[in-house]
Write a protein that binds this ligand. Structure first.
Ligand SMILES: Cc1ncc(COP(=O)(O)O)c(C=O)c1O
Length: 369
């Protein structure tokens, strides 16, 4: 029998009967969106689970980025990473802001703080780093630079659900952080996202902005957008929150098996857990050194595909290589040598809560020759 396909990810789905029960409540109340009861419950439950003061729910992880930039009135230039999903930089573009790409650190994939200061100009107003793959940025070094130059910091924390540094949520860093609850993420609400903020005043303003700027029945205080999460997905999110810890632990076990099996494979590099960090195992990137491994990244990627194992070259190409951005002065390969190398060597291996021992072995057999 032909082997089934092993996908790079698989959505965490709530129990269907429990979801039906909640849907019945929604049908009875006829309150299907606009800050309903499940929306309010999920915001509270997430704030508690994530150990953050305030959460505002959104329809996806892109709109809170766009809204954070609006809320903080960011203009001019923003320093960011080329090694991310395009939504990070698109959020700047949608606000008429020029992205300035800075290279990343090979040991984390995140913005290299040592290279930020050289990219600051009089037009720089903020830094937008990404906790890529859920690996925390050096938030202290970034905040020190931001404080020195009077810049705001907005973290694209789309991958960093539940990640903690010495017991404190990484989502508390900076002025604001944003999350994605897309189906492919550790925690999903099908489509969805959130913004994390430090105080009630900001939460109130963000709640206006995600509802067209309405501050009351007849008052509009800003050109807001519509990005409210509805009641179905809020209910779904409440159910998924109950099982996300088990899902993260299942991913952890997969990471342990991958690391054990790959540790002696020449030419394949991967990251270990970082001390003091509670990881979420959202991705398992490996880096293929063609010379030492004897096969290029793309050769391995397509070989895996032939065997029904779908990895992902994530993040390749770099955002700075897409047509919208490649003419920017900061988009050159010379400016981004580490990001260029990482984009050329990375494959994210299948990583999700439902991978069986047999699946993991099939993935590993493709890599270990
Ligand atoms: C780093 C990063 N930022 C932003 C987003 C956008 O999130 P969404 O797809 O929920 O709009 C994603 C989604 O994949 C992402 O990976």
């Amino acid at each position: 029998m032909k082997n089934s396909i092993i996908t790079v990810t698989s959505p965490l789905l709530p129990n269907l009967e429990e979801f039906h029960e909640m849907l019945k409540d929604i049908w009875e109340s006829k309150w299907i969106t606009n800050n309903g009861s499940f929306h309010q419950q999920l915001e509270k439950a997430l704030a508690e689970y994530l150990k953050v003061p305030y959460v505002s729910l959104f329809t996806n992880g892109t709109l809170p980025l766009i809204t954070a930039l609006q809320a903080l009135r960011i203009t001019g230039e923003v320093i960011t990473t080329p090694y991310s999903f395009v939504a990070t930089t698109h959020a700047l573009w949608w606000n008429g802001i020029k992205p300035v790409f800075v290279d990343i650190d090979w040991t984390t994939g995140c913005l290299d703080p040592n290279k930020i200061e050289a990219a600051i100009t009089p037009k720089t107003t903020a830094i937008m780093p990404v906790h890529v793959y859920g690996k925390p940025c050096d938030t202290k070094a970034i905040q020190d630079i931001a404080d020195k130059y009077g810049l705001k910091v907005i973290y694209d924390a789309a991958h960093a659900f539940g990640v903690e540094v010495n017991g404190i949520s990484v989502l508390n860093a900076g002025d604001m952080s944003t999350l994605s609850f897309h189906a492919t993420k550790v925690y999903n609400t099908i489509e969805g996202g959130a913004m994390i903020m430090h105080d009630e005043k900001t939460k109130k303003r963000i709640d206006y902005l995600k509802n067209f700027g309405f501050a009351g029945e007849t008052e509009v205080v800003a050109p807001g957008i519509n990005s409210k999460m509805d009641e179905m997905r809020s209910a779904y999110g409440l159910l998924n929150l109950k099982q996300v810890d088990d899902a993260i632990e299942a991913r952890h076990q997969v990471a342990i098996k991958y690391r054990e099996a790959l540790k002696n494979v020449e030419g394949i590099e991967f990251w270990d857990d970082m001390p003091g960090i509670k990881h979420n195992y959202s991705y398992f990137p490996i880096f293929v050194d063609a010379k030492n491994y004897g096969m290029s990244r793309d050769e391995l990627y397509f070989k895996m595909k032939e065997h029904g194992v779908l990895g992902r070259r994530y993040f390749y190409p770099l955002i700075s290589d897409f047509s919208t951005y490649r003419s920017l002065p900061s988009a050159t390969k010379d400016n981004l040598p580490v990001a260029t190398k990482m984009a050329n060597e990375v494959i994210c291996l299948p990583m999700h809560h439902a991978l069986s021992e047999e699946d993991v072995n099939r993935v590993l057999n493709c890599i270990i020759q």
